[in-house]
Design a protein around this ligand. Structure first.
Ligand SMILES: NC(=O)C[C@H](N)C(=O)O
Length: 324
């Protein structure tokens, strides 16, 4: 078997942090401990870089675009068989989904992170990184879209989400489950994901907000958002895709001002649909022009809307983009 060339991009996160043994505080140090630890991996030529050293709550969509551009540039100038990105877990799913939606590469692209920092008991970082490298070097992981590897499981960027604040099994794909596993024996896939056509993105400056609906909500937040001159809005609605009636005037107002609104459900299983015909129900919202998304969570729908709005504001095109 020939050695695989794997591009390893560090961006920060707990995987690259240390715990202060006296205070218990976890934070980034001067150096990323992973860079010291991971130098030689059997059967893999590593091409490593530290693009950022950021906790993932500091990662912005512009950083995501930088990661994408870096991967594309490196792929052009080097013979790369796969990519691994280490990332903080808080926004890992957003970066993974951004890359999934925008990259058009058939090589494996894998994100990983850790829930326990490098010097903590039971630290999962090095283990997850080795698992991610195995997946990135696997021929079976080609043409699978962007993958997230944590805790022996392989998830798709589209379905995976962080479900637990501290457990190492935090990354789950509600409803669908992982598409494979990686362990001492190797890399095993049991599902093939549907891979969609990439969306083009060169810049990212659209102002897209995300709000979560609660019982008794009115349109005051929507009116506040209007003052911020939004380019788009994602609403995490109730159940199958409904909102309290007092939100309807604010939604109508934004739509009349040609601000696209994408609706997802705050339920983490199922997809939002135009089923209910009462005031504020999905049927009314769809008739008003709200775009229903096919099963994405709010934070990923926001990333997709930001990307889509870079090239189109056309209602039908946006509906098609959010149907997949
Ligand atoms: N486990 C982690 O990586 C969480 C950390 N706050 C981060 O996202 O950077």
């Amino acid at each position: 078997m020939s050695r695989k060339n794997i591009l390893l991009i560090h961006t920060g996160g707990t995987i690259s942090m240390k715990e202060d043994e006296e205070t218990g505080e976890v934070k980034p140090g001067e150096k990323n401990p992973l860079v010291e630890h991971i130098k030689e991996v059997p059967d893999i030529n590593l091409i490593s870089t530290e693009l950022f050293h950021l906790p993932s709550p500091h990662i912005t969509p512009l950083n995501m675009l930088q990661i994408k551009n870096y991967i594309e540039e490196m792929k052009k100038i080097k013979n790369i068989d796969g990519v691994v990105i280490t990332h903080g877990t808080d926004t890992l799913e957003e970066t993974a989904y951004f890359l999934d939606v925008t990259l058009s590469l058939s090589i494996p692209i894998v994100l990983t992170g850790a829930m326990r920092s490098s010097n903590e008991l039971g630290s999962d970082g090095l283990y997850n990184l080795l698992s991610a490298l195995k997946v990135a070097a696997s021929d079976y992981a080609k043409n699978m879209g962007v993958l997230v590897v944590m805790n022996d499981e392989i998830h798709t960027a589209k379905n995976v989400t962080k479900t637990h604040t501290s457990n190492v099994a935090t990354f789950q794909s509600p409803q669908y489950g992982p598409i494979g596993m990686v362990n001492k024996g190797g890399v095993f896939f049991h599902h093939t994901p549907i891979v969609t056509n990439p969306l083009h993105v060169e810049s990212l400056d659209k102002n897209v907000f995300l709000i979560k609906v609660f019982a008794g909500m009115d349109d005051s937040l929507l009116n506040g958002i209007e003052q911020l001159q939004p380019d788009g809005l994602v609403i995490e609605a109730l159940g199958q895709g409904n909102v309290p009636p007092m939100m309807v005037p604010g939604i109508t107002n934004l739509l009349n001002k040609k601000i696209p609104i994408v609706l997802v459900s705050r339920c983490f299983n199922g997809i939002a649909q135009d089923v209910y015909g009462y005031e504020g129900g999905g049927r009314q919202l769809k008739e008003l022009g709200v775009i229903f998304s096919n099963g994405l969570n709010g934070q990923k729908a926001r990333i997709k809307l930001m990307i889509a709005l870079e090239t189109t504001k056309d209602q039908q095109t946006l509906e098609t983009i959010f149907a997949t």
